[in-house]
Design a binder for this molecule. Structure first.
Ligand SMILES: Nc1ncnc2c1ncn2[C@@H]1O[C@H](COP(=O)(O)OP(=O)(O)OP(=O)(O)O)[C@@H](O)[C@H]1O
Length: 279
């Protein structure tokens, strides 16, 4: 480039230098129908292998239940997917192009992986509607969110979400007054406002009534297809309900996959009966 051209670029306010463009994750590619690939992942804490040569594949739009006894490595696996824990070896890809191990936690969330922890963390003083507004994927700051009007796409997304989580009647209610189950649904709704492609849900029904559990199963099943959903859960009745006859259940034990398949098959696997269901 000549000096004149370089000077022209400097004064040209439209010109953006490549080094000034924020690095963006490559476009998600699920042409092979797999959304998440974990291969040969291991991680040790003080010499103890919490994850041991783990291989796991989640299809695009799939709802997968992950079960396993205490200490099987379920939480650590979620921590690796979301970038909270770095594995010692192995690979983790989101679709075929996005290398999760090369990204930090915010970049992974930005790329479309949302995580719901066991305890609901909603803003208790704010209404259900405001909680959802606040969670909306947007570059507005907190104050402008409440001062600005939503555009029509944002309003319809919010309406659709509040209906999906069954809280339309509670839109104006402070989130602190919701039941435990309703708070969990609100938090799922808040995650959905960020348009995740993959939702990781940790023990969603702990502390719920049976009615709330059934409603939660319906909600998670309704999300599959548009999103992939990975649910870690201890409650076997809930897992049976969620998995139905044709979804895949993965059993983790000592940091690797012990068994995988339909719930009816997994339940009868002698290895599973021995380490987990037979407890
Ligand atoms: N940061 C850490 N430092 C040391 N050990 C850890 C750490 N995180 C996890 N572990 C150990 O790794 C093993 C797997 O833990 P993890 O929490 O992933 O299991 P889990 O399947 O989620 O168990 P639970 O069902 O009880 O939640 C456990 O033995 C745990 O004590």
């Amino acid at each position: 480039m000549s000096i004149i051209t370089a000077l022209e670029h400097v004064v040209d306010r439209e010109h953006v230098y490549p080094f000034l463009v924020p690095k963006q994750a490559p476009t998600l590619d699920v042409s092979h129908k797999v959304l998440l690939y974990l291969e040969g992942i291991s991680v040790s804490f003080d010499g103890f292998k919490a994850i041991n040569d783990l291989n796991l594949y989640i299809n695009d739009g799939e709802l997968r239940c992950i079960i396993g006894p205490n200490g099987a490595g379920k939480t650590t696996m979620m921590d690796i997917i979301t970038g909270k824990t770095r594995p010692d070896c192995g690979s983790a890809w989101f679709g075929q192009t996005i290398d999760l191990l090369a990204m930090d936690e915010p970049a992974i969330a930005q790329a479309g992986i949302g995580r719901k922890f066991q305890k609901p963390t909603v803003f208790e003083e704010l209404s259900v509607w405001e909680n959802l507004e606040l969670a909306m994927a947007d570059d507005r700051d907190v104050w402008s969110i409440f001062n600005a009007r939503l555009n029509s796409e944002q309003s319809s997304m919010l309406l659709e979400t509040i209906e999906l989580i069954g809280l339309q009647e509670n839109a104006k209610m402070p989130a602190g007054r919701l039941s435990h189950g309703q708070k969990q649904w609100l938090e799922i709704g808040m995650l959905l406002m960020q348009k995740p492609r993959l939702l990781l849900v940790d023990e969603p029904v702990a502390g719920m009534t049976h009615q709330e559990m059934d409603r939660t199963a319906e909600l998670l099943i309704s999300l599959a297809g548009r999103h992939s959903v990975v649910v870690v859960e201890h409650d076997m009745d809930f897992v049976r309900n969620l998995a139905g006859d044709d979804r895949t259940v993965t059993v983790l034990h000592q940091g690797s996959v012990l068994s995988e398949g339909r719930m009816s098959k997994v339940q009868q696997d002698p290895k599973v009966v021995e380490v987990y269901l037979g407890e």
